[in-house]
Design a protein around this ligand. Sequence first.
Ligand SMILES: *[C@@H]1O[C@H](CO)[C@@H](O)[C@H](O)[C@H]1NC(C)=O
Ligand SMILES: *[C@@H]1O[C@H](CO)[C@@H](O)[C@H](O)[C@H]1NC(C)=O
Ligand SMILES: *[C@@H]1O[C@H](CO)[C@@H](O)[C@H](O)[C@H]1NC(C)=O
Ligand SMILES: *[C@@H]1O[C@H](CO)[C@@H](O)[C@H](O)[C@H]1NC(C)=O
Ligand SMILES: *[C@@H]1O[C@H](CO)[C@@H](O)[C@H](O)[C@H]1NC(C)=O
Length: 335
Amino acid sequence: MSSKIFLALLVFTCIYSCYAQQGSVVEALTAYNKWREENGKVYSSEAEKIYRQSVFLENYQSVQEHNKNSNHTYSVGINQFSDITLQEYQQRILMKNSPLNELAKNKNRLLQSSPIQNSNDTQIASSIDWRKKGGVSPVKNQGECGGCWTFSATGLMESFNLIHNKPQNVSLYSQQQLLDCVTLENGYFSEGCEGGVPSDAVQYAADFGVLSDNEYPYTGIQGQCNITSKTNGFQPVQFSYLDGTAEGLRKALNYGPVSVAMDASNMKEYTSGVFNNCTSKQFNLNHAVLAVGYDEEGNWIIKNSKGPNWGMEGYFLLAPGNTCGILELDFQITA
Ligand SMILES: *[C@@H]1O[C@H](CO)[C@@H](O)[C@H](O)[C@H]1NC(C)=O
Ligand SMILES: *[C@@H]1O[C@H](CO)[C@@H](O)[C@H](O)[C@H]1NC(C)=O
Ligand SMILES: *[C@@H]1O[C@H](CO)[C@@H](O)[C@H](O)[C@H]1NC(C)=O
Ligand SMILES: *[C@@H]1O[C@H](CO)[C@@H](O)[C@H](O)[C@H]1NC(C)=O
Ligand SMILES: *[C@@H]1O[C@H](CO)[C@@H](O)[C@H](O)[C@H]1NC(C)=O
């Protein structure tokens, strides 16, 4: 803890001198106190509290700087992750140990079922947004667990059910069942909060069924698989990986939402606009989400699992094409 205090003092001193010049240290501290109250933050020790405040102030400053630059196509802001560092975010909230990179390299193995059969007949709209057609369930929150892959899978199943079975009420499926039961021991590639494969989760649901969120509620901690039956609720019949092209994803989105993997390393503070900040072509596929459409400019409309207060009411836009690796591992439920 002593190195943490030292670091905190160091950062704090720097921030004080930086802000002193601009005379905005009071503004930053006011913002911090307001944020801490609104987010109900309680820290385990005084040292931790000082350290977290210094991290917040640093983030606060970089947010202001980013938004001042009119070249940026997206805005950032203070949100629930503002007292953790980018590195902590990548370790705790994204998939620390993502199996998706290895899978993307061996994609041919996944293409057991061929790309969408009826694609030649599909009319491609100039834009599509399944939220406007009642085809998307409410935004959920994965909390501090890299279980995004279970949310991508439940979001996909919920949308498929809404669009194709037209139920009276929205059904919400259990991420926790997927987190607990879709494991290496049970023959899948997934490892709970460390990371997993959305299509594993859909395959599991096809094999065993998935209960409702109410019946098997979310804790965000991987536990014992508490399932004995093989018919537990919703059971998709078939899914297909797409061909990896933007045209393929557009076609598929005209049929319904699509589960996508991406590199979300730099998305911690996104608030609105078109995200495009993936610097390398060597994507780290550390996040799984749900594409629910595209706009007239070709930006992908994506549902996240960080709650409705993150981004644009829980959603974000990604620049057209293979931005952040979005075309690497797309798949869709077809029956
Ligand atoms: C914006 O981009 C232009 C062209 O690349 C560059 O010359 C300019 O310095 C940039 N502005 C800022 C504030 O970064
Ligand atoms: C779709 O079109 C391509 C190219 O014209 C053709 O090779 C393929 O057989 C068609 N697929 C179906 C299902 O009709
Ligand atoms: C749908 O929800 C309403 C209100 O909660 C409830 O009264 C109704 O029984 C539900 N219908 C079905 C089919 O579950
Ligand atoms: C399993 O589910 C049953 C019924 O909901 C519950 O009573 C039991 O505590 C659960 N067991 C575990 C290990 O979670
Ligand atoms: C990209 O994200 C990183 C990490 O958040 C940030 O430091 C950098 O300024 C961003 N670059 C652009 C061009 O937005």
